[in-house]
Design a protein around this ligand. Structure first.
Ligand code: ADP
Length: 446
């Protein structure tokens, strides 16, 4: 600043000297005064020009193109430039943070919608767009109420009690494919709102399944218990002949056996759900699994059918199967025992093991039983699903056999195939993946 003043006075002094020297001799002091005033004006003009250049640069907003200026204006320019640079860096940093924050919100498995104080959409992530069928670009600034017209949501919004969520059907929900969305609103800032959405379809289905399951188990256990209770009461109150007593005791044993089977199938299912995946390095001979199935199937057939079934089992199978042997045997025997229980006496049951061209292998059970109508096929593996309840009860089934098979099949990366023709018979097959199969050199066929 001092240097600026010195320069200003020097400029004026030079102007005064020039005025003094050039003015006619009559009054050189007037010449000096005029020279000094003119020099001051020239100084002011030059200074103004610099200021104008600086102002133009500031107006342009091109921080990098600062004009070459010296002195005070140069200082002002340099300081302004560094302030502007710092501000630019700050805003770049803020924009990066905002972009990162929005990217994080994009990855959220929940839908996120930011609403302004008027309820217009300011931003939404992909999940929310998917949940509500929004277009994340086109629907910005649209009123949420115009896009989401569910009455339950409208009531939730107008009640302004956001302490709980509201569950509504998703806009793409259909009878065949229901979609249930849970929506939470949270107020923040100056009347703004954060909307969070969650797809709770699977959760609600699981909850409904759990309720059905508990109801089914209770029903399945209550029936034999009622029968047992009735017999106990009869034995306690009536004087029966020993023969009759024996008959009642046999019926009681049958009911107890039914409950035992049910509990043991339930335990098997819960073990399957909770245990680690079956090993890939434990190999079991398929022939010995088939032999065990054949032995138990013959015993069962003797028990339930007269004349017995014509049972035929593959022999000489030289394949090993990787997995959990108890699970594999349980799945295979469930299919064989169903064939035995549902095929009328004297019927034919063929159990085969076949290598397939694509490297897989198929375990199949074909029977000449009553067959199953096509509408039942997709539901057969549901727990407690039975085509004919009274018939299933007669045959001593728990309704859990095929559910167990499905679990074992899934756990071993295999596939369950069911084919059936009403009145002609059924064919249940498990297709094992190549990764779980290996052939060993066979010397002896069983
Ligand atoms: P269950 O213990 O009642 O046999 P499953 O889960 O093993 O239960 O089978 C479900 C239903 O599928 C059975 O109730 C029966 O109606 C039908 N089913 C299974 N296997 C056969 C078969 N081989 N022939 C005819 N119906 C079958």
């Amino acid at each position: 600043m001092l240097w600026r003043l010195v320069r200003f006075f020097l400029f004026q002094a030079v102007g005064a000297l020039l005025g003094f020297a050039l003015w006619p001799l009559d009054n050189p002091l007037r010449g000096a005064l005029l020279g000094s005033v003119l020099a001051g004006a020239v100084w002011a003009l030059i200074d103004l020009r610099r200021g104008v250049r600086l102002l133009r640069w500031l107006r342009d907003g091109q921080v990098a193109n600062m004009p070459e200026l010296s002195g005070l204006w140069g200082d002002v320019g340099t300081r302004t430039r560094s302030l502007l640079k710092a501000r630019d860096q700050q805003s770049v940093h803020s924009e990066t943070r905002l972009a990162e924050f929005l990217a994080a919100m994009q990855t959220s498995p929940n839908g996120v919608v930011l609403l302004d104080a008027q309820g217009r959409i300011e931003w939404c992530n992909r999940t929310a767009a998917e949940h509500f069928g929004f277009d994340p670009q086109r629907d910005l600034q649209q009123h949420l109420g115009n896009l989401l017209r569910d009455p339950a949501f409208a009531a939730y919004q107008s009640a302004q009690d956001y302490s709980h969520a509201v569950v509504i059907p998703g806009p793409r929900s259909t009878v065949g494919r229901p979609v249930r969305l849970s929506i939470d609103l949270h107020a923040y800032g100056d009347g703004r709102k954060l909307l969070l959405s969650r797809d709770v379809t699977a959760l609600e289905q699981a909850e409904a399944m759990r309720r059905d399951f508990v109801a089914n188990v209770s029903h399945e256990i209550r029936t034999p218990l009622t029968v047992l209770g009735g017999f106990v009461e009869t034995l306690q109150t009536l004087q029966l002949q020993p023969q009759e007593q024996q008959r009642y005791l046999a019926l009681m044993a049958q009911q107890a056996q039914r409950m035992h089977l049910l509990v043991s199938d339930l335990l098997t299912l819960s073990r399957l759900e909770g245990s680690p995946p079956p090993p890939l390095e434990e190999w079991h001979s398929v022939q010995s699994l088939l032999d065990d199935c054949a032995r138990d199937a013959r015993a069962l057939s003797m028990l339930v059918a007269s004349p017995e079934h014509a049972l035929s089992f593959s022999t000489g199978v030289s394949t090993e199967l990787a997995g959990a042997s108890s699970e594999l045997l349980s799945a295979m025997f469930n299919l064989v025992s169903n064939a035995v229980r549902y095929t009328p006496p004297g019927g034919r049951i063929v159990v085969q093991w076949q290598a397939l061209a694509d490297g897989r292998a198929e375990f199949s059970v074909q029977d000449t039983g009553p067959g199953i109508a096509p509408e039942h096929l997709p539901r057969l593996t549901e727990r407690f699903y039975r085509v004919d309840r009274s018939r299933a009860r007669e045959t001593g089934g728990t309704g859990l056999g095929l559910a167990i098979v499905k679990h074992v099949v899934q756990r071993h990366g295999a596939e369950l195939k069911i084919e059936s023709t009403l009145g002609q018979g059924s064919r249940f097959a498990i297709l094992f993946p190549a990764i779980r199969l290996r052939v060993y050199p066979q010397t002896d066929c069983v």
